[in-house]
Write a protein that binds this ligand. Structure first.
Ligand SMILES: C[S@@+](CC[C@H](N)C(=O)[O-])C[C@H]1O[C@@H](n2cnc3c(N)ncnc32)[C@H](O)[C@@H]1O
Length: 197
């Protein structure tokens, strides 16, 4: 793990958050309803944007990241229970959640296909899966640049793959993709999908 990452994450992200990400998070996360699972909540950047969730179960494997979320959890009106766990092995029963939220996390999950299987296992039929991710760009030269940078980037940024084709992974996981919105020429996407049994 890159030792600096949890300590500088919020500071490094602040310009992007202010420029656009807060607005994107807010628009996406307010769609989360009922019992919500958040995957890899990090420092809790999404917590203040929940409006319609009844309760949130949130998982994060890195205790240094989750420690930084404590203040945000206290300020959130919605009940939040946190767990130290990975997306590939979710500590929840089948058919538990109405909504699953994952932001800027599928780039880092070591086995994203297993994570998508686990998300479907714990989702109720009809559950919404709301994601905001940076992805492999369609534009060939930019995509190749992302692939070339990924080995170094992974070392610097805690395992993050710049060239992960998360939309393809979601579409091929059995989830039904309802809506995709592109930001920054396709570098970032929101992907809204649904678990249909
Ligand atoms: C770039 S941070 C994003 C944090 C937060 N979701 C956000 O939007 O700011 C990526 C997060 O994914 C977490 N992560 C890494 N591997 C994971 C896994 N296998 N399952 C779940 N989360 C994971 C990391 O610990 C880190 O907190």
């Amino acid at each position: 793990m890159a030792g600096w990452f949890p300590h500088l994450y919020d500071t490094a992200m602040q310009p992007l958050e202010k420029m656009r990400f807060e607005q994107i998070r807010s628009g996406l996360v307010r769609k989360a309803e009922g019992r919500v699972l958040e995957i890899g909540f990090g420092t809790g950047a999404n917590f203040r944007f929940y409006r319609n969730a009844e309760r949130i179960d949130a998982i994060e494997p890195n205790p240094v990241m989750s420690k930084k979320a404590i203040k945000r959890i206290k300020k959130t009106g919605t009940p939040i229970a946190t767990y130290q766990a990975t997306a590939e092995e979710l500590p929840f029963a089948d058919d538990s959640f109405d909504t699953v939220v994952a932001t800027l996390v599928f780039c880092t999950i070591p086995d994203p296909e297993q994570a998508l299987r686990e998300i479907q296992r714990v989702s109720k039929p009809g559950a919404r899966i709301l994601m905001f991710e940076h992805v492999l760009m369609d534009q060939k030269v930019l995509g190749k640049t992302q692939a070339a940078l990924t080995p170094l980037w992974k070392k610097l940024c805690d395992g993050c793959h710049l060239d992960r084709d998360t939309l393809w992974l979601v579409a091929n996981s059995g989830l039904e993709v309802d809506k995709v919105t592109s930001y920054y020429k396709g570098l970032f996407l929101t992907i809204e999908s649904r678990y249909v049994q």
